[in-house]
Design a protein around this ligand. Structure first.
Ligand SMILES: *Cc1c(COP(=O)(O)O)cnc(C)c1O
Length: 356
């Protein structure tokens, strides 16, 4: 395996004193990982250096055409003072799947996990330890060729930064209100919806902004062709429980394959629940809600883990779910996932990776 050159900072920053005010994405640690790609040379010069600004040519292609991919995972402080990652191999596999779609040269997945491990260890004092807090890890790759012309880049930068983040739900899991989006779409089959790439988020901002102004937390995305089948909720995967059956939209190219999503499916099945991945239309959900058969609905993703949905607004229709309260399956999933991630319950799936 390639050796990672390490240059430690001579000016460590002051860490945020109050862990209850960390929020999400507000603070960055003392170091970052960098590695260059140059055509003919491949990926080279992996290094951990002091965190700081990156110099870019104004013609750098990422700024103009969005050739960029990213990942998101967390390091968790376990009760004995250890450090755990949750399924980092899956994140790096997904990064390569995004790379492939965006014409970005593939990375060595095992090496990338090792880079994360070393970076987290160097900045381990930044990992908060209050209940529900963690260290968010953001790997990303972008095109740096100075060339205003559309073609796959020959020069790229792979970067990993770390951010101590607060508990997502300092006051417990409160169900959110969701706006069913009927005008804008996030992604279409054949597009880039399954890749974690900036363009998908640029496409989602306007809808999110309008939903926010109307008093809703997130939008529920429908498919881009028929505007009928449910895809995702905000930047999370989505699950519905109808008549005791857990249903999540099947992955057909426009939906991101969440690691929380796949873990939820495995946990639910291990508890003997029926989980189905299939097309699910907004009409089906509305009908189930009307007939009192819609038991629960929730989003899943690394940041929030489980985000229960208390209300859906679809045109003039308002659907209340489980009386606006978190349901038993959502709560149990949240408890199981967070229990495994923070090393508080046995990890019978073998998902966690020890950093130390
Ligand atoms: C990252 C992301 C998810 C959730 O994926 P996890 O691996 O569970 O964090 C879902 N949808 C979108 C659009 C995302 O960007």
């Amino acid at each position: 395996m390639k050796e990672i050159r390490i240059e430690r900072t001579k000016a460590p920053k002051t860490k945020p004193a109050d862990q209850s005010k960390l929020g999400f994405g507000n603070y960055y640690t003392d170091h970052m990982f960098l590695m260059n790609y140059d055509k003919g040379q491949g990926w080279h010069d992996p290094r951990i250096v002091p965190y700081g600004p990156i110099e870019l040519d104004p013609a750098a292609m990422c700024l103009h055409y969005g050739q960029e991919v990213f990942e998101g995972l967390k390091a968790y402080r376990s009760p004995g003072g250890g450090i755990l990652l949750f399924r980092p191999d899956k994140n790096m596999a997904r990064l390569n799947s995004s790379n492939e779609r965006l014409c970005i040269p593939l990375i060595d997945e095992e090496f990338a996990v090792e880079a994360i491990r070393q970076l987290v260890l160097i900045d381990e004092d930044w990992i908060p330890n209050a209940e529900g807090t963690s260290l968010y890890i953001r790997p990303f790759i972008f095109a740096v060729d100075a060339h205003v012309g559309v073609h796959p880049a020959n020069h790229l930068l792979f970067c990993i930064i770390l951010s101590p983040v607060g508990a997502y739900y300092p006051e417990g899991l409160n169900p959110v209100k969701i706006y069913v989006e009927q005008s804008y779409v996030r992604a279409v089959k054949g597009g880039i919806g399954f890749a974690k790439t900036g363009g998908n988020y640029a496409a989602s901002l306007k809808a999110q902004d309008e939903a926010d102004k109307a008093g809703y937390t997130q939008v529920l995305w429908l498919d881009g062709v028929e505007r009928k089948y449910i895809e995702e909720v905000g930047t999370m995967n989505v699950f519905f429980i109808i008549d005791g059956e857990v249903i999540t939209p099947v992955l057909q190219g426009s939906i991101l394959s969440g690691i929380t999503r796949m873990s939820c499916i495995d946990i639910l099945r291990s508890k003997g629940m029926k989980v189905t991945q299939r097309l699910i239309s907004i009409d089906e959900v509305a009908k189930a809600a009307e007939e009192g058969r819609l038991n629960e609905a929730f989003g899943s993703g690394t940041a929030a883990v489980i985000s229960p949905i208390g209300q859906l607004k679809w045109g003039d229709k308002i659907m209340e779910i489980n009386g606006g309260k978190i349901g038993p399956v959502s709560q149990e999933l949240y408890d199981t996932l967070t229990g495994i991630q923070w090393g508080k319950i046995p990890d019978k799936f073998g998902w966690t990776v020890k950093v130390k």
